[in-house]
Design a protein around this ligand. Structure first.
Ligand code: GLC
Length: 421
């Protein structure tokens, strides 16, 4: 029975019968829980189990990428054998590389299908440490009905967003809609705020915190101006609570109909369009606004699959990673959850175009997204990001001006860098 299942699975996966996947393995995959990701993964794992005879258990992690990273780093440095496959954030490759399996050989027939830049981002010193599961690049979600009611255009700059959000929030509150907020985003002190704040700064011409060449650039007037504007939102167009919001808290406010605008990733689109969603049919999504002295910048996100060097089932884990990152799986993931394919050909798929309009129009935004400085700062990225999100969160909370906090941040980053990253 097991060998028949293995045979069927090998055919389904295009894996050679000679590849030596003789006996069924019990695998475990660790992944964070945002939106429908865990459900969607379970569905794909069931198909994999059926095709191969391997069983796969999900180790569900907290929603925050920062919390996941801390746990994975501990497990990997302790040689944990209980997790075979990790779902890894696009920024982690250089920091976890030492404990991950080199997939270069195993994936040589399939890497060519994916966007070269994504494969590049998961390659550390010539070693491919993770395969792309999906890409990510955020959108500005807006309420079509409210913009129409107040005769406002979709904002193209953050200042326009500020004005429109205020106008509609004031109007609606006066009309008795006390819960309505102008804008929700991710303001909690974690990696998500690094993404949001990088977008404010980069879209205002304030750079990428650390340049691709490794130079610390964050302490500049355009960056300060962008953070000051964001600070002005807290307690006016954004609730005070935004200082503790991650993705799902923002979506909670938005999806119950209590926000005019939301910054979030594409996964929120089909959820907001679901039958029981109060905002169904009332919204759309466009690229994020630009600063006054820059152009729209979307933080490059995305998730990958990596195999632990401590896994005792590496062959089966490789089969699993191939299966989950294949064109078929990426298509089904895009259709089910609007997670962006990293295989460019899928953006022309008629079914995706019809059923997930945001995915179909997001190829360019994704391909032009602004990376966080994880490549230049290498193993120190997490600390760099932590210093940045702390400075941003303090500024939003009114603890020090943007200029003073950025000056302090520059000092911290110089200390971290010393002579080289
Ligand atoms: C999304 C992105 C990821 C990013 C995270 C921040 O999940 O895909 O790259 O780090 O948001 O919260």
């Amino acid at each position: 029975m097991a060998s028949l299942a293995t045979w069927v699975g090998s055919l389904a996966l295009g894996v050679s019968l000679l590849s030596g996947t003789a006996s069924a393995a019990d695998l475990a995959i660790a992944l964070g829980s945002i939106g429908r990701d865990v459900d969607e993964m379970r569905g794909q794992l069931d198909a994999f189990q059926k095709a191969t005879g391997h069983t796969v258990r999900i180790v569900t992690m907290p929603a925050s990428t920062t919390d996941q990273f801390g746990q994975y780093r501990l497990w990997l440095s302790a040689g944990n054998k209980d997790v075979d496959v990790y779902r890894t954030d696009v920024i982690w490759a250089p920091q976890l590389a030492a404990n991950l399996v080199d997939l270069t050989d195993a994936m040589k027939d399939v890497v060519g299908q994916h966007l070269p830049a994504v494969i590049q981002s998961q390659t550390v010193d010539g070693k491919l440490v993770a395969m792309p599961l999906f890409g990510d690049a955020p959108a500005l979600y807006y309420r079509k009905d409210l913009l129409e009611k107040y005769g406002r255009e979709i904002p193209e700059t953050w200042k326009e967003l500020t004005e429109t959000a205020k106008l509609i929030q004031d109007g609606e509150r006066q009309a008795g809609n006390a819960q309505l907020n102008g804008f929700v985003f991710q303001g909690a002190a974690y990696e998500g705020l690094t993404c949001d704040a990088l977008e404010w700064v980069a879209s205002n011409g304030g750079g990428q915190i650390v340049s691709p060449e490794g130079e610390i650039t964050i302490n500049n007037p355009k960056a300060a101006e962008a953070l000051d504007l964001a600070k002005s939102w807290v307690g006016t167009i954004a609730p005070q609570g935004v200082l503790g919001y991650m993705e799902e808290e923002s979506r909670g406010v938005w999806q119950t109909g209590n926000a005019v605008f939301m910054r979030n990733w594409p996964y929120a689109y089909p959820l907001s369009q679901s039958d029981d969603s109060p905002v169904k049919g009332k919204f759309d999504a466009v690229p994020l606004p630009a600063g006054d002295s820059g152009k729209s910048a979307a933080c490059l996100g995305g998730w990958n699959l990596a195999i632990s060097q401590f896994s005792e089932n590496k062959d089966a884990a490789i089969e699993l990673v191939k299966f989950l990152t294949s064109a078929e799986s990426q298509k089904s993931r895009a259709l089910g959850t609007a997670r962006l394919p990293t295989i460019p050909a899928l953006y022309d798929d008629p079914e995706i175009k019809e059923k997930q309009p945001l995915v179909a129009k997001w190829k360019e935004v994704f391909e032009n997204a602004t990376p966080r400085p994880s490549a230049p700062t290498k193993a120190k990225y997490n600390e760099v990001s932590q210093q940045f999100w702390t400075a941003a969160n303090k500024t939003l909370a009114g603890q020090g001006t943007a200029a003073a906090n950025l000056e302090d941040l520059e000092r911290q980053l110089r200390r971290l860098k010393r002579n080289a990253w």
